[in-house]
Design a protein around this ligand. Structure first.
Ligand code: ZN
Length: 269
């Protein structure tokens, strides 16, 4: 189990797991099955050259740090960088979520080294996870981009669509980013109508899942069909249709909440 924390104790520096992130890739031990991340002992002197270091908390009691590698860093033979998404199913799921958290925070730290208001260099705030500008006082928190994802049902069928962005051509439930000033429910109605021309009712909360690749928070809903015929723009959505349980198309794999929504439809009988 992962327990988030902000400030490490001195003992947390010993035997910690280090999630070193470089451009969406994670430093891992070569030929490890399942894939594992290096400990402080295995990284030795290298840790002192890292930047954007963040303490994340404890995974099953073991302290976890995130950081970016030193400039011009070449991994030693026993280590290599691998794309985070390529590790789905190859790394312990708890480690994957901590790596995602590391990815989100290191990226945020890297992209917010300077104040967005006055341009001065910022510093880490001492009492919370934020960047502080000593010149103008602006405080910047880690960015989280909320997005809705929704399973729409019509009698015994579910609406699934294929995005032009999906790799492998699979079909999934609809999703989209929340706009400033918009409620989650209004976002569900807008996104579904924009992408498919369908109206929905009975919007119900299903669950949520961080998707830190790089910084989303997926908020999942179920909803009922309320009217309209499917109309797609052929660009963002390239195909959409109503599918019964026994004729589901190619759907997304494993760990995503999109798959949990489709499984919910499949199992509800
Ligand atoms: Zn400033």
């Amino acid at each position: 189990m992962f327990k988030s924390a902000f400030k490490p104790s001195p003992i947390d520096r010993e035997n910690a797991l280090w999630f070193i992130i470089n451009g969406g890739r994670l430093l891992v031990r070569k030929n490890s099955h399942p894939v594992s991340v290096p400990t402080a002992g295995q990284l030795a002197d290298f840790i002192s050259g890292c930047g954007h270091t963040q303490f994340l908390g404890h995974l099953d009691g073991q302290p976890c740090f995130a950081a970016g590698p030193p400039k011009d860093f070449q991994p030693v033979d026993a280590l290599e960088f691998r794309g985070l998404k390529s590790l789905f199913g190859r790394i312990d799921e708890n480690h994957l979520w901590v790596a995602g958290r590391a990815n989100q925070l290191v990226r945020w730290s890297r992209h917010h080294s300077y104040c967005g208001k006055c341009g001065q260099r910022v510093v880490d705030k001492k009492d919370e996870r934020a960047k502080y500008c000593p010149a103008c006082g602006l405080v910047n928190y880690p960015r989280i981009s909320p997005a809705i994802i929704v399973a729409i049902t019509k009698a015994d069928k579910i609406l699934l669509a294929r995005s032009g962005r999906f790799p492998g051509g699979f079909f999934s439930v609809l999703a989209g980013f929340v706009e400033p000033g918009e409620s989650l429910e209004a976002c569900v109605e807008r996104e579904v109508f924009e992408e498919t021309g369908i109206l929905v009712k009975n919007i119900r909360y299903f669950g949520s899942q961080p998707w830190p690749f790089p910084d989303s928070l997926m908020v999942a809903f179920t909803a009922d069909y309320a009217g309209g015929d499917i109309q797609i723009d052929g660009h963002e959505i390239v195909a959409a249709d109503w599918y019964p349980r026994d004729k589901l198309p190619n759907i997304p794999p494993g760990i995503s909440i999109a798959r949990q929504l489709i499984d919910w439809f499949f199992e509800r009988g």
